[in-house]
Write a protein of this length. Structure first.
Lengths: 296, 245
């Protein structure tokens, strides 16, 4: 059984089509990033998975159930983009309250520990910093030991240090065989913290795979060298090469397979190659290429 | 459910505004008024003002407690995303409003009982056991229409509107309902309006009980009608506020 199955799901708000016939499946036990620019339909998709928003068309299954059923059975925990805590309550009281709403929650101390909140347990929510409040919201999301953890841009308000700690906590939770789906518009976050990246733009899936596959899919790597006066004939036929640019004696090869390209460059040609440079795939370029509207 | 009720009650008891307006005010005003006019005796019934004021201030405290513990907190929860946080847990939606109602009833008790306690201890008010046994439960359960009004306000408007609206409702109902001064002091038209309000019916039941009368059927029917009407409106507003788009 899949953790999530979306079949031709659409959601429109009046004239605006936020999600456009989205179909995808997510296996259990994986950590998947939903990557896309603002307005791509990530939050709408997540809110539909949680039963907070009804799709205009299509069918959604979460662990074999409708979203409402899955929520009622306590199988989903989520950190939404917005969410203020009750200021009068302490961290421990908030976490324990949410925990007890679930049928088989994690032990309180374990939740606090997994969210780095043990030292803050007695503090009132109204006296927490932004980053600390985010940790509490993470704790609320995992407190019920949900099989599916959904995080909608969880690090949006965090500094670099908190971000690193946050992802470590997330991996710690997902390592226990649970499924995690997180939305982000940060490329590195998707790259570093997921084993599958689903790129969405304008309400549709535009790429789906590991971060490496996505980079390769748009011919991400660049091999450059100095050619001088030598002939450029045959460079476009080297393995993996998708584009050749020559400017003032310098060659730039775009390639899907830099290793094969370089090997063939040395063994298969008689060129004297100088100043060789291989630049790793630029995910930023890949991302932009995928999510920009096609030019008419 | 119990988990949620204690959570809600604890949270309000830590709220300074709630404690000042709802718990401290009625007691303080009771003590002040009793010292000013406590010796007066109602010509019609022969009941001392200390007793009538006990009912009035307890009614005011209870009314304030139900409105304050429902309207603004509930509106804030909707706007700040706490409601969404609850909606993605296994907690059923109907349990949220039921808990709010029960918690508001619990939160009425401190105001109600403290005014009564102040009356008994400082003014030596004494009633028959039967009078106490009817007065307190009726004044307690009688706050349901006000809790419904508060939940309705909280469901319909954002917090910055809910705040003044709750305040206006609270003082309007208290003043016109005769909790601060007798309705008979108002001009005739205002009296007609006052008599139609749930706060008047509510306090009137209390005044009649302490005067040794059976509560008038009209007041009981009036309060019940308000409870049903405001309850239905609150449910409707609640459903509208929690509907999934």
């Amino acid at each position: 059984m899949n953790a999530i199955t979306l079949s031709a799901v659409s959601k429109s708000y009046g004239e605006v089509l936020a999600v456009d016939g989205l179909s995808l499946t997510m296996e259990r036990g994986r950590t998947v990033a939903l990557l896309g620019p603002n307005g791509a339909g990530k939050s709408t998709t997540i809110n539909m998975l949680l039963g907070l928003v009804r799709p205009t068309a299509g069918d959604i299954r979460v662990l074999g159930h409708t979203p409402d059923e899955a929520v009622r059975r306590g199988e989903i925990g989520a950190m939404l983009q917005e969410g203020t805590l009750i200021p009068e309550m302490t961290v421990r009281e908030l976490v324990d309250f949410i925990r007890r709403l679930y049928p088989e929650p994690l032990p309180l101390d374990e939740v606090l520990q997994m969210a780095d909140l043990t030292a803050l347990a007695g503090r009132r929510a109204g006296k927490l910093s932004g980053g600390q409040a985010q940790r509490v919201r993470f704790a609320l999301a995992i407190a019920g030991a949900p099989a599916l953890l959904v995080l909608d841009e969880p690090t949006a308000a965090m500094d670099v240090e908190s971000r690193r700690a946050f992802w470590a906590n997330m991996r710690n939770y997902s390592a226990q065989g649970r499924t995690v789906l997180f939305a982000t518009h940060y490329l590195e976050e998707a790259d570093e913290n997921s084993d599958r990246v689903i790129v969405v733009a304008r309400g549709k899936v535009v790429a789906d795979g590991t971060a490496a596959e996505i980079k390769a899919g748009v011919g991400g790597s660049v091999v450059g060298f100095s050619l001088g006066e030598q002939s450029s004939a045959g460079l476009d036929a080297l393995p993996g090469v998708t584009a050749v640019e020559i400017l003032a004696g310098s060659v730039t090869l775009r390639t899907a397979d830099p290793d094969a390209t370089v090997a063939a460059l040395y063994r298969g040609t008689s060129l004297e190659v100088r100043d060789l440079q291989i630049n790793g795939a630029d995910l930023e370029d890949a991302f932009l290429a995928l999510t920009q509207p096609a030019e008419a | 459910m119990l988990n949620y009720i204690t959570f809600e009650a604890k949270r309000m008891l830590r709220n300074k505004r709630y404690i000042i307006f709802v718990v401290a005010f009625p007691v303080a005003f009771y003590l002040l008024y009793s010292n000013l006019w406590g010796d007066q005796v109602d010509d019609g019934t022969g009941v001392k003002a200390t007793v009538i004021l006990m009912v009035s201030m307890a009614a005011y405290g209870a009314l304030a407690a139900s409105l304050m513990s429902t309207s603004v907190p509930w509106s804030q929860e909707r706007q700040t995303g706490w409601l969404r946080q609850l909606q993605i847990t296994p907690l059923p939606s109907w349990m949220i409003i039921l808990t709010k109602l029960i918690a508001s009833l619990l939160l009425v008790l401190p105001s109600l009982l403290l005014v009564v306690l102040a009356a008994v201890v400082t003014q030596h008010v004494s009633l028959g056991a039967g009078q106490w046994a009817t007065l307190i439960p009726i004044m307690w359960i009688g706050t349901i229409p006000f809790a419904a009004l508060g939940l309705m306000i909280g469901s319909l408007v954002p917090p910055d509107t809910a705040q003044p609206l709750a305040m206006i409702s609270m003082f309007g109902l208290a003043l016109l309902g005769g909790l601060w001064f007798p309705v008979s002091m108002l001009p005739q038209t205002m009296q007609t309006i006052a008599h139609a309000l749930p706060s008047y019916d509510y306090a009137d039941i209390g005044w009649e009980i302490v005067a040794g009368h059976t509560p008038p059927a009209s007041a009981v029917a009036g309060l019940l009608a308000w409870a049903v009407a405001l309850g239905a409106l609150a449910l409707f507003a609640y459903r509208r506020a929690t509907v999934r788009a």
